[in-house]
Ligand binder design. Structure first.
Ligand code: G3P
Length: 308
């Protein structure tokens, strides 16, 4: 488990310098969570998102090509239709739409196209270069695109973030949001941990650099530097980014992504996330607690006496 005292005062100071999340313009009863983290739906499925949006549970959406495919898109035209419907549904709240091109010029061109679909578009840009899928590999592609879009006043969400340095680099390039994938990070840790060592150890306990296989090459020196056992390495990542952004007064929003369960949702709130993008099936778990169920059962039973 991480140490929450590292983020408490600083995160508060940082949040209250950002735009208010819940505004109560003509109301006597002011909203109690004006600077609270926002909750987005990590989904492209309109039918799942609509009721959550109408109920005021989510105020934004993040998508990616996998989620678009899951939502039924089989062509670019269908992906456009899904995107436009989502943009219209939650306007003026943001919808992240991900680039699928791989080179700087084409990505910028595609970003301009996506941006033309609505005022609430946020262009999702994978950080790094993409050597596995792009033969012309330029390691700075993502950062160059983020910077170029910042110069054009186009909001970006730097995605596929797995360490605090990537997050800092993206913010420095001009990203509006960074999306650390804490669930994938935790999945990796749980799969690759040495059982006899503290949880999360695989991400910072690389003993033999020369013979490390490609899928073990996770260079997370910051985890070594910060030290201490930790339960959920993914949430730890959120906290580290929060500390860096707080220390340097960086207003790029930390969008905690790839959430797997409600425990991670709670921990992200403690760790200093600005936005939590949550799959709809995880969102449904959040209000549930067995003691809430048991308590309500008793209250309901006892309330029957009033009917007599
Ligand atoms: O927003 C990023 C998210 O969609 C990735 O989640 O579940 O594919 O790791 P996942």
């Amino acid at each position: 488990m991480f140490n929450i005292h590292q983020t408490k005062a600083g995160a508060h100071a940082r949040r209250i310098r950002m735009p208010k999340v819940n505004i109560s313009p003509d109301k006597k009863l002011l909203h109690p969570a004006e600077w609270a983290p926002r909750i987005f739906a990590d989904s492209a499925a309109y039918s799942d998102i609509e009721p959550l949006f109408r109920a005021g549970i989510i105020t934004g959406i993040t998508t990616n090509p996998t989620l678009m495919k899951k939502a039924g898109a089989k062509s670019w035209a269908e992906a456009e239709k899904i995107s436009r419907d989502l943009l219209k549904l939650v306007s003026p709240f943001p919808v992240s739409l991900e680039l699928t091109e791989l080179t700087r010029e084409k990505m910028i061109e595609q970003a301009r196209l996506l941006d033309s679909w609505g005022d609430n578009v946020v262009v999702k840009v994978p950080v790094g270069g993409y050597p596995d899928v792009d033969p012309s590999f330029d390691p700075y592609t993502g950062l160059k695109v983020i910077h170029a879009l910042w110069e054009m006043d186009i909001r970006t969400n730097a995605t596929l973030i797995f360490n605090s340095t990537q997050a800092f680099w993206a913010a420095n390039a001009g990203a509006t949001y960074v999306s650390p994938f804490l669930g994938r990070m935790a999945d990796y840790a749980y799969k690759n941990d040495h059982p006899e060592r503290p949880p999360g150890n695989c991400l910072y306990w690389i003993e033999d650099h020369k013979n490390t296989k490609a899928d073990q090459m996770v260079f997370n020196t910051e985890y070594v530097a910060s030290g201490g056992p930790r339960k959920d390495i993914g949430v730890r990542l959120i906290q580290e980014i929060s500390v860096v952004f707080t220390n340097y007064d960086i207003h790029c929003q930390i969008l905690a992504a790839s959430l797997r369960n409600f425990a991670q949702v709670s921990e992200c709130l403690l760790a200093g996330a600005d936005v939590l993008t949550v799959p709809t099936q995880v969102l449904e778990q959040v209000p549930f607690h067995p003691l809430t169920q048991a308590g309500m059962k008793t209250f309901f039973e006892d309330s029957k006496v009033f009917d007599k």
